[in-house]
Each structure stands twice: as structure tokens, then as C-alpha cells.
Design a protein around this ligand. Structure first.
Ligand SMILES: [Zn+2]
Length: 382
């Protein structure tokens, strides 16, 4: 994944009010230039701490005194067409900063004032499957699953594990000229030309299930359903995948196998799972070791240099892939124990997250610390 290590030059505070516009533009440009995915404006007692999320971790950036904090928040809310007067209720919106693309913004009242979080979306919308660093067998399996006219492809992982990026890359790989591609998202993160995208709006009762029901009446070929959260959506998603549609979706589960368990708990019968699920991809993102300052010892980060941030530069995906094979489908329908399912799931030699982490460490791409941080201590390969 692209990313620069160093914090960008920090724009200096304005001296008078008519400089606020240019200052805010410079802040957004600076945050992007440092490779941050998010900008946090944290209200404190006497002002706001601006923080950047770089390669998944937050760090302090700039301190903004009260006077300019208020102007900064007002300017951003105005750009995103939020209600300026409303400071007691959360709001969310989107602002455009020219050619750079759009920024999602969310406000939340906190003890010392409104906190704003800005999601700076970068080049992900142009990401292709080849850019994801998928291990060759996983890339092959995913391409094969995508080549089918129907079936369910699931991407799993916690928030911030890059699921959406992978989904978008999958959609990019599909032909949208001769097929009807549609997405249901919460919210729409990137605009994809040639694809009908719908954002759910829980406030007016427009949820995944309702949009999905309406979409199925519009002759879709491929559907991307942002997330499966409830039994009604789970049922519709697997039914659609079983009746001639290619469906892509995500679940908040740790491992690939847990996705099947979760769908069972959401009321999907085993035979339907066996019939509809084609592939489950579990993923995580770890920071990538900087090749310029890395010590010879594998698995250790360097001290940091002008090319990186604290020894890391960019991020790398770790993947675990589960294919619905005939033996696995039979075992599912027979109500096999998770242990047995796990054995069958990986019988084909597709990697687990832990194996993927081991490979990444052995190839010098990441560190023990990163793997522990992301997969937890028990998953750390010895
Ligand atoms: Zn370095």
C-alpha cells in the first residue's frame, strides 16, 4: 500500500481571519502528504490537538489554540455542508478538496467540544487486485471465484483491516459494461464509475435489508453488500448468491472459518451455506518494514530513517483463504465440529493468517512486534 513515512511540513497558524481558508486547505494537503489515512481534531481544554493516523497508528501532529480551533471546525463543517449551529448532535458528511477526492467527516460532541474525524481517502479507489500483495494461490482462488456468475465471496476482519479496499479491488476486476454492478454501502467510501452505489440511511429506516430487497427487483448481476449484520440481510444475501447473482460482502469475524459460524448463528441453514459460499478471505494489515534502515536480523524494525516512519513504511496485507470444497460442504451439512471443518478448510494448502505472518517475517517484510500487535500474542509465530 502506498504511503510516506515522514510527517509533512506543518502549516503555520493563520494570523488573521481571512487566512483561515488557505490554512485549512494547507492542513488537509499536509495531512495527505504525510500519508495519513485519518485526521482527528481532538478538543481539549484550551484548544485542539490535531492527530494523524499513519499506517494504522495515531500520532500527535499540531496544536491549535481555541480561537483557531473554532474557525477550523466551522470551516470544515461548512465545506461538508453540515449544520454549523448544531453542536449537540453527531453529524456526518463529505467534503471535496479538489482533485484529491472526497473526505468523509464525522462530528461528535465531547466534554470539551465537538470532535471531528476526517477520513482522507487516497488512491484506494484505483487499487487493482494486483496491488493487494495477495499470495499467488490466494489471488488465483479469488480470481476464479470472481469469474463465476454467482456465489458468495466474503471478506472478513476487524475495522481497519482493509476489507473495503479489497472489495473495491474485486469490483474493479469485473466487467461493468455488460453487467449490472451495484453496491449497498454504509457509507459510500469511493465513487466507482459505471457502478450503481447506494448508501444506507438508518435515520429514515433505509437499511441493508431494505435496499437489498429493492435492488433485487432491478435485475442486478453483481452486488456488493457493505456488511452482513442481521439475520434478514444474511438470508437475502445467501439466497441471492444461490439464485444466479455474484454477491460480495464483509463480516466482522476474526478467521475465515468464523464467517461460516457467524452466518449459521444468523440463521442461515448449513445446506444453503454449502451451496452459496464460494470463498472467504480473512485479512489484516501490518506495517511494512523499511528496507533502508532495517537491521539484518529478520523480524525487527530499523531505527527509522529519512525514508520511513520509525522503521516502517506503508502497509502489507496478511491473508487467510477458505474455499468451499466438496468435502467441506459435506462436512458443513453433516454438522461437523469446527476443528474438523478447519482441517478440511485448509487441506488444500491455502494459507492461514499465522502462516501468512510467518512468511511476511521470513521475507523481511514485517516484524514480530507488528504481527503481535495485529494478530495478538498467541498468534505470533515462533
Ligand atoms: Zn527507514
Amino acid at each position: 500500500m502506498p504511503g510516506h513515512g515522514m510527517l509533512a511540513a506543518t502549516p503555520s497558524l493563520p494570523e488573521q481571519d481571512d487566512q483561515v481558508q488557505a490554512w485549512v486547505d494547507a492542513l488537509l494537503a499536509g495531512a495527505r502528504a504525510s500519508g495519513a489515512s485519518d485526521l482527528h481534531i481532538d478538543p481539549r481544554l484550551q484548544g485542539a490537538q490535531l492527530r494523524l493516523r499513519i499506517h494504522g497508528l495515531l500520532q500527535d501532529w499540531l496544536w491549535v489554540p481555541l480561537r483557531w480551533q473554532q474557525r477550523l471546525v466551522a470551516r470544515l463543517k461548512m465545506l461538508a455542508r453540515l449544520d454549523l449551529a448544531e453542536q449537540r448532535l453527531p453529524q456526518d458528511g463529505r467534503l471535496n478538496d479538489g482533485c484529491q477526492g472526497s473526505i468523509r467527516i464525522a462530528s461528535l460532541p465531547t466534554l470539551h467540544g465537538e470532535k471531528l474525524c476526517l477520513r482522507l481517502t487516497g488512491d484506494e479507489q484505483r487499487l487493482q487486485l494486483d496491488d493487494l500483495n495477495l499470495p499467488a494461490p490466494v489471488a488465483d482462488a479469488l480470481r476464479k471465484a470472481l469469474a463465476h456468475p454467482d456465489g458468495l465471496i466474503l471478506i472478513t476482519g476487524p475495522t481497519g483491516s482493509g476489507k473495503t479496499t479489497t472489495l473495491y479491488a474485486c469490483l474493479q476486476a469485473l466487467d461493468r459494461q455488460t453487467r449490472h454492478l451495484a453496491t449497498i454501502e454504509d457509507p459510500i467510501e469511493h465513487v466507482l464509475p459505471g457502478i450503481s452505489q447506494t448508501a444506507i440511511q438508518p435515520r429514515i429506516g433505509l437499511d441493508f435489508g431494505q435496499v437489498l430487497r429493492a435492488l433485487l427487483r432491478q435485475d442486478p448481476d453483481v452486488m456488493m453488500v457493505g456488511e452482513i449484520r442481521d439475520p434478514a440481510t444474511a438470508e437475502m444475501v445467501v439466497q441471492a448468491a444461490e439464485t444466479g447473482h455474484l454477491v460480495l460482502s464483509t463480516l466482522h469475524t476474526g478467521s475465515a472459518l468464523e464467517a461460516l459460524t457467524r452466518l449459521r448463528h444468523l440463521g442461515v441453514p448449513p445446506w444453503l451455506l454449502a451451496d452459496s459460499v464460494r470463498l472467504v478471505l480473512a485479512q489484516r494489515l501490518v506495517r511494512q518494514r523499511c528496507p533502508h534502515c532495517a537491521p539484518e536480523l529478520p523480524g525487527q524494525a530499523g531505527r527509522g530513517c529519512t525514508h520511513c516512519h520509525q522503521g516502517y513504511v506503508g502497509r502489507l496485507g496478511l491473508y487467510e483463504c477458505l474455499l468451499m470444497t466438496v468435502p467441506l460442504a459435506h462436512a458443513l451439512q453433516a454438522g461437523a465440529e469446527p476443528g474438523q471443518l478447519l482441517e478440511l478448510a485448509h487441506a488444500g494448502g491455502l494459507p492461514t493468517l499465522a502462516a501468512s505472518a510467518r512468511d511476511a517475517i521470513a521475507s523481511g517484510l514485517t516484524t514480530y512486534d507488528e504481527v503481535q500487535r495485529v494478530l495478538g500474542p498467541c498468534a505470533c509465530p515462533a
